[in-house]
Design a protein around this ligand. Structure first.
Ligand SMILES: [Zn+2]
Length: 252
């Protein structure tokens, strides 16, 4: 079971880190996959997504990582200690990625099994722009809705690590309360994308679509700017039975 998960995680990570996709370079981005209720694999700090092997992942405990989110006294030292204590394999010397807490809090939702966090170029053009929040709130074509859902979560820039993990947790909770569904994409201002799914394929599909749509939106600014879809049309696509069928076939 855990070997099959790891194999899919390696393939997904290499796909996302492949140089021609420009989603992540050097040590950028990180990926994870849940093994059971409390354990998951996450990229070890300093490894490269595009060339990662199974040895590039460490096994960590969800419950040991999420307690710190409610500890008001937690600081940088606490984070270092918790990341170390969360390692499941005895004698493990590698460190999990600094964004491991983010993965842990999201993998607590049973619907998510794979997560891919990347810094795609066009997506980051939008997320580093003055219009980031406004653009993330909109939908521009039906295929975007089929793959990415009718809305994404927007997270303003905050200190990476613990503060960011708390902010993401809060924003995701609010999204679920308001929309009644789990988000498929989280867009972090001045940072990048988190794609979430119950399969590795869902994560690569969501990442591919996010980046393609971002490229289209950036391009529209040379022709008067984007023409977003009216909310009524977005809802229509999101709820149409044939589009739900297409969603299933695509694997998101
Ligand atoms: Zn990042």
């Amino acid at each position: 079971m855990s070997d099959a998960v790891l194999k899919q995680l390696v393939e997904m990570s290499r796909y996302l880190g492949s140089p021609e996709r420009t989603y992540a370079i050097l040590g950028e981005g990180n990926t994870s996959a849940r093994i059971d209720d409390d354990t998951f694999y996450v990229k070890a700090s300093g490894t490269t997504l595009g060339t990662i092997e199974s040895g590039g992942f460490v096994k960590v405990s969800i419950s040991k990582l999420t307690g710190i989110l409610d500890d008001p006294a937690a600081n940088d030292e606490t984070v270092t200690r918790v990341l170390k204590e969360a390692l499941v394999e005895p004698g493990e010397t590698r460190r999990p990625s600094v964004e491991t807490m983010l993965h842990a809090l999201l993998l607590r939702y049973p619907e998510y099994k794979f997560i891919g966090h990347t810094h795609p170029i066009y997506t980051d053009m939008i997320l580093c722009s003055q219009k980031a929040e406004e653009i993330v709130a909109e939908r521009i074509c039906p295929d975007q809705i089929v793959v990415m859902g009718h809305k994404s979560v927007y997270v303003p820039y905050v200190d990476p690590g613990l503060v960011l993990a708390r902010e993401v947790r809060e924003r995701v909770r609010r999204f679920i309360d308001e929309e009644g569904v789990l988000p498929r994409a989280i867009m972090m201002q001045n940072h990048g994308l988190i794609a979430l799914g119950d399969s590795a394929r869902a994560v690569t599909n969501i990442t591919d679509m996010t980046e393609k749509i971002s490229q289209i939106i950036v391009g529209t600014f040379s022709m008067g700017g984007p023409r977003f879809m009216p909310a009524k049309e977005v809802d229509r696509i999101y709820t149409r039975p044939d589009e739900k069928y297409r969603e299933k076939q695509i694997g998101v």
